[in-house]
Ligand binder design. Sequence first.
Ligand code: FES
Ligand code: FES
Length: 217
Amino acid sequence: MTQTPPMVPADYPEGPALDDDPEDGSRRDFLIAGSTVAGASMIPMSSLSAASARNKAADSVRQTSLTLTVNGERRELQIDNRQSLLDLLRESLQLTGTKKGCNQGACGACTILVNGRRIVSCLAPAALYDGAQITTIEGLASGDQLHPLQQAFIDHEGFQCGYCTAGQIMSGVACIKEGHATSEREAKYWMSGNICRCGAYAGISAAVVEVARGGQS
Ligand code: FES
Ligand code: FES
């Protein structure tokens, strides 16, 4: 059985025809635009310049002067207080060998040496490291002469895609210096914060132990 649509009562008022008068749209647009301009012109100039002064003051509060020694080179920098050491290295100094993996301290890809100790640079606010000595993967080789651990990674195939490799090598250098690489088992334990998604752990630990045993760190 089909349903008959309800009848519209004869005295039902006609609604406004929104689309059939081309002038309606232009009138609405005119009113909206007019009210916006009128609203903007009601903001006093003194408020605008006060806001701009506040923004400038906030910008200067967010800046810190910093002196670092990076791979033996003294660098004087003006940094944003919110910048991590990782972002400072990669974005301000273009030292992109240090990699950003998780950016939350969980993978070790961003490992660098600060005053000889390994840290994850993604969690290190750069402003706290004024005067620090920093070594990154770019600072390990001497000219064309690779660091022994870099060479050992090649010899033991301690990488596949290479994304974790800079962090692994920096962590390995520190691990050897700490005396935590007397066996592969020990090296794996002390480097467990460095994740390799390609699973090249056998080559990594073999390389670290070989260099530790050779006394080259
Ligand atoms: Fe720093 Fe993962 S990027 S620990
Ligand atoms: Fe690919 Fe380690 S070599 S993540």
